[in-house]
Design a protein around this ligand. Structure first.
Ligand SMILES: [Zn+2]
Ligand SMILES: [Zn+2]
Ligand SMILES: [Zn+2]
Ligand SMILES: [Zn+2]
Ligand SMILES: [Zn+2]
Ligand SMILES: [Zn+2]
Length: 186
């Protein structure tokens, strides 16, 4: 089955079994692929099955022609160089990556602002948090002061209403329970 994929929008991608001697690396995470690849027949582009289904929201910035996607070191096996500051995107440091053209930016180099005061999406200011989990003092505070605990544990983005990875950055309201993907607010 051929699929249209946002990481490689110019051609259709096809799931293919790799033969044992073939060595190829995934365009998204740069780690080698064994077994099944989701690849392009027209050029040298292939993805892991898991990387082809990243369940990520796209970040659209005027400064880059393609969509960019959130990556952390956990998602990759190779460090990528930031195209703004030319330093590596190191462990635990989240970055946005355009898989189509191998273009990477640290959050700080985009830049993603730490507090968003005015948006059309929410009436209160939104604060950037590094992760949505109980260790986060802000989340702890919200859990202590609210009974919407289950909503919080499930972390659904209050903007697009799809799930979010609690280990990823998000925007959060200090005045009410509101959590949203970075991509949905920027
Ligand atoms: Zn991969
Ligand atoms: Zn192609
Ligand atoms: Zn940078
Ligand atoms: Zn690009
Ligand atoms: Zn969202
Ligand atoms: Zn609020």
């Amino acid at each position: 089955m051929e699929v249209q994929h946002p990481f490689h929008s110019q051609h259709l991608l096809l799931a293919q079994a790799m033969d044992g001697h073939e060595f190829t690396s995934c365009a998204a995470c740069a780690f080698s692929i064994n077994g099944i690849k989701i690849g392009c027949n027209e050029c040298d582009f292939q993805l892991h099955v898991s990387c082809a289904n990243p369940n990520k929201c796209a970040l659209k910035r005027n400064s880059h022609e393609h969509n960019m996607y959130y990556f952390v070191d956990d998602d990759t096996r190779r460090s990528f160089e930031c195209d703004n500051c030319h330093e590596e995107c190191l462990a635990d440091e989240a970055f946005y990556r355009c898989v189509e053209c191998d273009f990477n930016l640290h959050l700080k180099c985009i830049p993603i602002t730490s507090v968003v005061t005015v948006t059309k999406k929410h009436l209160h200011p939104l604060t950037l948090i590094e992760s949505v989990n109980e260790d986060n003092p802000l989340i702890q505070y919200l859990m202590d002061s609210n009974d919407k605990l289950d909503d919080l544990m499930d972390y659904y983005c209050d903007d697009c209403e799809t799930s979010g990875n609690p280990k990823h950055h998000a925007y959060c309201c200090k005045e009410c329970i509101y959590i949203a993907h970075v991509e949905c607010i920027m």
